[in-house]
Each structure stands twice: as C-alpha cells, then as structure tokens.
Design a protein around this ligand. Sequence first.
Ligand SMILES: Nc1ncnc2c1ncn2[C@@H]1O[C@H](COP(=O)(O)OP(=O)(O)OP(=O)(O)O)[C@@H](O)[C@H]1O
Ligand SMILES: [Mg+2]
Length: 254
Amino acid sequence: MNMHSNNVREEQNRMATEKGDAFFSVRDIHAWYGESYIVQGVSFDIAKGEVLSLLGRNGAGKTSTLRTLARLDNPALKSGEIWLNGEPLHSKRAFQAAKMGVQLVPEDRRIIGGLTVEENLVLAQVSGEKGWTLEKIYDHFPRLAERRKQDAVTMSGGEQQMLAVARALARDIKILFLDEPYEGLAPVIVHEIESIVRQIRDLGITTIIVEQNAVAALRLSDKAVIMDTGQIVFSGTAAEVLDNAELREEYLAI
Ligand SMILES: Nc1ncnc2c1ncn2[C@@H]1O[C@H](COP(=O)(O)OP(=O)(O)OP(=O)(O)O)[C@@H](O)[C@H]1O
Ligand SMILES: [Mg+2]
C-alpha cells in the first residue's frame, strides 16, 4: 500500500470515529476512585453484535473500566467519551445508562435473596424497559424455569449466574457487560454458562466479557483488549491473542 492510500484510510478511520460510527465507542477515558487514578486513557470500538474480551492480570483495571462504562459513580469519569449507538454515555448517570440499554452483570451477581427466581426476573422488568418475556427467558434457560419458585439465593453458583444473565436480558438491552461470569464455577458449569454466552452472541447482542479464564472468553470473542495498570497494552482480534504465546505469557499467565 502506498503512502497516499494509507493516509486516505487513516483519514476515513478518523472521520468514522468522530461521527461515532462504531456501535460502541470508548475514547480516551480516565477514571478515579477518589485520589487513585485507575483507568488511564482507555479507548476501543465495538461493532454491533461483536463480543470483546477485556483481559489482564488481577488489578489491571478491568472491573473499574466496566463500572466506568456502565456509568457508576465510582470510579468517577474525569475525561474521555463513551458513545452508544451515536448517543453520548459519558454525560449520563448509571440509571440513565441502564435506560439506554447498558447492562452490567457484576462479579458478585447481586441476586436478591428472599425473592424467587421469577420475582427476580419480574423485578428486573419493572425497573427498566422490558426486554425478553418470561416465556422467552424460560425457553432459553430451562433450568430457571424448573426453579422459578425457588428462593434465588439457594440456587447453585452456576444457576445464580444464569439468573444474573437472564435478569439482564429481561430488560431492553443494547450492550451487555459480563464481569467474570465463570468465576468460582466448576468446569462443567463453566461450559453451561459458555453456551449461554454463545447463544447471546448468536442473538447479536453486543457484549464485553471480562474473564480470568482468558481462553474460554477468547473462544467466544471477535475482539480482545488487554489491560495492564489501567492502560491498554494490546488491542486486536481474539485470534491474535490465542496465537501469540508471548502476549499470553506476559499479561495473561496462560
Ligand atoms: N473502590 C476502590 N477504591 C480505590 N481503589 C480501588 C477501588 N476498587 C478497585 N481499586 C483499585 O483499582 C485497581 C484496579 O482494580 P479492578 O478491580 O478494576 O481490577 P481488575 O482488573 O478487575 O482485577 P481482578 O482481575 O482482580 O478482578 C486496583 O489497584 C484496585 O486496588
Ligand atoms: Mg475485576
């Protein structure tokens, strides 16, 4: 490729990005927990329907990045932009982001005890724009259908993870953030949750997945971003990470 077409390509990319053509666009975000500077200039784009793995060692800033993107108050976003489908998220609060279709399934899953599985799902529907119907949820998650009357916190870890994901889908979502969906689950249950994430991907739901189990996440992903100390150290395709032993060793310990 000659210099000229290179420049044209760059110019086109720049213009596309400025117009917010990417479905989800994160541009140079910086976020702080009080005095602690944690998210230090993170940028990436995701096309509609793509799955992105956000990876990195413990303490790299993955959860903090997801929290910033979901517009939670902590860490506080000090500069940078976040665009969803052409709408600015950076100027929104968490409840507004949720209304716009941003759903974070946090690591601890936040299942509400004392409520049945079904009550957890219904509550999700009343607190946001309705997404999947109960019927559709039970169709995709037969295990939850069987346990609809059970107190949700008495379910197994894997079942609770299913409920956490189902609860996100019960709202009208545009983008899903999964923080360590496989954490603390036995390999056989990881496979079950993996197949649910695969179904979500096949339904065309744009997703960011944070996982210590990088290989499992990469298998389902189009793109990958690796963070270290709050910054991006690699951005590319999931296949590139799977093929790059050095990168995996340095930042992922796999
Ligand atoms: N509420 C907080 N106040 C101050 N610092 C925090 C807070 N939460 C996290 N941090 C710090 O921010 C840094 C990034 O943490 P974060 O939880 O985002 O990492 P992570 O990549 O998700 O790690 P892990 O893989 O262990 O979940 C860490 O140094 C952590 O100690
Ligand atoms: Mg984390």
